[in-house]
Design a protein around this ligand. Structure first.
Ligand SMILES: [Zn+2]
Length: 361
């Protein structure tokens, strides 16, 4: 069995989970991955069950959207009509992710990191070069003092903003689609009803079932490429969903069971509707003393959510605030300065080890 690791607080859930589920199947969305695709006239869409000439397969269908990073992980079982529907959901998915893509520096299809604007425009983020160092500049509007909060004593820094609109069920469908695209062909028939719902109306049972466990890892523990892990239960009669999926993007981990496998329902495995949410697992040891945030998010709503409040938190060593220098880019002068968090209207984040080159230094 593959050795897997998790955070100390997830150790017990992992042991419990490991009793039911076997070795994972891993999918990595990295640039340059090539998979062999079937000729178009032999393709069948996994989501609407159509083939040519009832539908078309002209466009490239990505298992993981390129909005989460350029990748060539294509599939031959998503038709153009379904692809268009998923693309629409993905724009809401990006709104739901909020500032993360810009903060992490995710380069999309055109190899550019997107600029970010919060729903009210109070927080903006973009890639910028300051004093010869490239990094991410996060700025708040002058009147939005609460948007950047720095606790001088602990070094805890919080960026607060309002997300742009999204529909939770559509976000859930994007995550489900990635999971279902990872599923081996043989398992597809057992999910027919749910696969149809991904691009059409959903049954109220799915709205009730739709939950995602979100784990937010420290910002320095970011996945370089998005990846997914599919778990399959070993005993088909066990009272848990046949498949569970974990999706890793940047420092976010989303874990959820795949809903309504027909065999599971027939075998009474859903009698208590108990859902299994695998803890985040890694194939190498996780850094000690990492703090993670865990939330169980209800994703069943079909209503548009506007102005959802989000906070990103990170910490620095408060000692770093001693002996600060203030540099004036207009005059080129630098002088000692006492740090006042209220003064801060922008933060500039660069990779560890990078230095800003002050003139004359
Ligand atoms: Zn289709």
């Amino acid at each position: 069995m593959t050795t897997i690791f998790t955070y100390p607080e997830c150790d017990i859930p992992l042991k419990e989970f490991h009793r039911w589920y076997g070795d994972p199947l891993v999918l990595i969305a990295r640039e340059g991955t090539l998979n062999r695709l079937k000729p178009r006239d032999e393709r069948i869409c996994r989501y609407c069950s159509k083939s040519e000439p009832d539908t078309t397969f002209k466009s490239e269908a990505h298992i993981v959207s390129q909005l989460l990073g350029k990748n060539d992980l294509l599939c031959d079982y998503e038709c153009d009509a379904c692809n268009r529907i998923f693309s629409k959901y993905e724009s809401g998915f990006v709104n739901w992710l909020g500032i993360t893509r810009t903060l992490i520096g995710t380069k999309g299809r055109r190899s550019k990191v997107p600029e970010y604007f919060s729903s009210t425009g109070n927080v903006q983020a973009k890639v910028n070069t300051i004093l010869e160092a490239e990094g991410t500049l996060i700025s708040r509007a002058p009147e939005a003092g609460e948007a950047i909060n720095i606790d001088v004593k602990s070094g805890k820094t919080t960026i607060q903003y309002l997300k742009r609109a999204y529909i939770p069920m559509e976000v859930y469908k994007v995550l489900l689609k990635i999971a279902f695209a990872t599923l081996p062909e043989d398992d597809i028939a057992d999910y027919q009803p749910i696969l149809r719902m991904l691009t059409t109306e959903v049954h109220p049972d799915l709205c009730r079932f739709a939950h995602v466990m979100r784990f937010q890892l420290p910002l320095d523990q970011t996945a370089i490429n998005p990846y997914g892990i599919l778990f399959t239960k070993q005993d088909s009669l066990a009272h848990c969903p046949k498949h569970c999926f974990i999706f890793y993007y940047a420092n976010q981990v989303y874990s959820f069971p795949l809903p309504f496998n027909i065999q599971d329902i027939r075998n009474g495995c859903y009698m208590d509707l108990k859902s299994f949410f695998p803890p985040p697992v890694f194939f190498e040891e996780v850094p000690e003393n990492s703090r993670i945030n865990v939330d169980l998010l209800p994703m069943g709503s079909l209503e548009k959510v506007k102005d959802d409040r989000e906070a990103v938190t990170f910490e620095f060593n408060p000692k770093d605030l001693e002996n600060l220098i203030a540099f004036d880019p207009v005059t080129g002068e630098s002088k000692p300065h006492v740090f006042d968090p209220e003064d801060i209207i922008s933060l500039f984040m660069v990779d560890k080890g990078k230095k800003l080159l002050l003139p004359g230094k």
